[in-house]
Design a binder for this molecule. Sequence first.
Ligand SMILES: [Mg+2]
Length: 182
Amino acid sequence: MLPVWLLDIDGVINAVTDDPDTRVWPRDQWVRTSAVSAHGLEWPLLAARPVLEFLRRVHDEGRAEIRWHSTWQSHAVNVGTALGLPSWPVAECPEFAESDAEIASPLVVVRHRWWKLPTAQRVIDDGRPLVWTDDDARHQLRRRDRAGWDAWALVVAPPVESGLTSRQLRRIDTWLAQRESW
Ligand SMILES: [Mg+2]
């Protein structure tokens, strides 16, 4: 089965910083642009060219079905357009509408499941291998949340201020290659 890649934006392809870490990607590899987010806000974007190229390649070679999974929701397509990425669908996530309280209060997050989790679980339940790139997975995804996922899922949590690193891209590349021989 073709893996599904749930792709977050901020902290994954958009480095959340004004000053990109040139130890992660060289200075001339960073692209600055912007995209319209919710409420018509023009949101700055800072993305590394190698990350964008990797995503394009995975898409073009049909190695995974990429879906946006981000608080950007339907506005994610604006990010894709601004960064010259292929047109990807937004992962279905009815739980997003119920997530406002969690975003408003970090204390609530402790008691509730992460709103992004059910979408990921549904990918696994559909029998599809899952790549999930989200900087928040580091502190939002608990061990018991991913019980039974084992080899079915690769969860990658990039550093929020740089987004995906070359090492993480290699990890994803290797994992996808292994799934191709399943
Ligand atoms: Mg994020």
